[in-house]
Design a protein around this ligand. Structure first.
Ligand SMILES: Nc1ncnc2c1ncn2[C@@H]1O[C@H](COP(=O)(O)OP(=O)(O)OP(=O)(O)O)[C@@H](O)[C@H]1O
Ligand SMILES: [Mg+2]
Length: 322
């Protein structure tokens, strides 16, 4: 499959009054045309920072993209000028933010905001743009879509705001949608409808980079999965491979602690310990204090990547022991 997005060696740091740390450390992955790729990992591991970096939306200061390449259709987005970036956002790559109000203006009616987003990129009449916007509010299952076009965001519930933002991200039919926990605020029936909509768009060649901490969502939606722990990617595989033969102890722990889709009678097992803060990342393998298999080498060296075939790779010394 043709690569649409290639992230290579991305590192992002933050410098605050208290500390300086890397929130994303040497992260590489790719998303192909029409593919749904999941990014999973516990809270604070750098998922949102990775996503925001692709659209160059990291606040600077305190953030800084230290190194790496973000190739979109072969063009390095870290090198293009601001006007190219603005032109690309929404039209070619759109983002569903974890926090809906980061995409919506509290001061303008929903309909006007959606029409404005359309008009920036498409030569449609006001009436056509209005109708297009309303049709997308219906697609995201917003009740009374026609009336909601006249509402202000604060008049909607959090779940409804989320759906408006999803409509905004989808209505220009971008090549890539970056969806950061897109359905966390939604109830399960609406969540299923949104996922159906994303699947439908994928059939029309929209790729989706889907961030979630929910293995059930990964199972339902994704072709491939990237697992992050403590700012680094630790495993990558096709979905079925990841669920059948997870190679990294962290991935194994995530699966063992997930109620879905493994609905058997064994009890859920939490991963012991806690996710470290970036200022306390351990040298060597960052997962070793929570890992039952850790040994001397894990303390001293960063585990190298081991290629397990068919696009499956994991960074753990267990796999490279000779
Ligand atoms: N603007 C910022 N200033 C300082 N630190 C930040 C900023 N944004 C993110 N961070 C830090 O970077 C690290 C990674 O954060 P990120 O938001 O990417 O986590 P996440 O994996 O998306 O977590 P969650 O599942 O909770 O959304 C965290 O330690 C976070 O505190
Ligand atoms: Mg996040």
């Amino acid at each position: 499959m043709e690569p649409l997005l290639q992230v290579k060696g991305l590192s992002v740091s933050f410098t605050t009054d208290e500390a300086a740390f890397r929130a994303v450390d040497d992260v590489s992955f790719q998303v192909s045309v029409g593919e749904i790729v999941g990014l999973v990992g516990e809270s604070g591991c750098g998922k949102s920072v990775t996503a925001l970096s692709v659209l160059r939306l990291i606040p600077s200061p305190p953030g800084k993209i230290e190194s790496g390449q973000i190739l979109f259709k072969g063009e390095d987005l870290l090198k293009v000028d601001v006007s190219r970036m603005q032109n690309l956002r929404g039209k070619e790559i759109s983002m569903i933010f974890q926090e809906p109000m980061s995409a919506l203006s509290p001061l303008h009616r929903i309909g006007n905001q959606l029409v404005e987003a359309i008009s920036l990129h498409r030569a449609l009449s006001k009436k056509e743009a209005w109708n297009l916007a309303e049709s997308y509010l219906k697609k995201v299952s917003l009740p009374d879509a026609g009336q909601k076009m006249f509402a202000y965001p604060y008049q909607l519930s959090g779940g409804m705001q989320q759906r408006v933002m999803i409509a905004m991200a989808l209505l220009l039919e971008p090549d890539l949608v970056i969806a950061d926990e897109p359905t966390t605020a939604l109830d399960v029936t609406v969540q299923a409808q949104i996922f159906e909509l994303l699947q439908k768009m994928r059939k029309e060649h929209t790729a989706v980079f889907l961030i979630t901490h929910d293995m059930g969502v990964i199972w339902e939606m994704c072709d491939r999965v990237i697992v992050m722990y403590a700012a680094r990617v630790v495993e990558e595989a096709r979905r079925d491979t990841l669920f059948q033969s997870p190679a990294h102890p962290y991935t194994q722990g995530l699966l063992a602690s997930s109620p879905k889709p493994v609905r058997n009678k064994t009890r859920l097992k939490a991963i012991p310990g806690q996710v470290p803060s970036p200022i306390h990342y351990l040298p060597g393998c960052r997962f070793r204090d929570r890992c039952a298999h850790a040994h001397g080498r894990c303390e001293r060296e960063i585990p190298e990547w081991v290629d397990l075939g068919d696009g499956h790779r994991a960074a753990c010394f267990l796999l490279s022991r000779g």
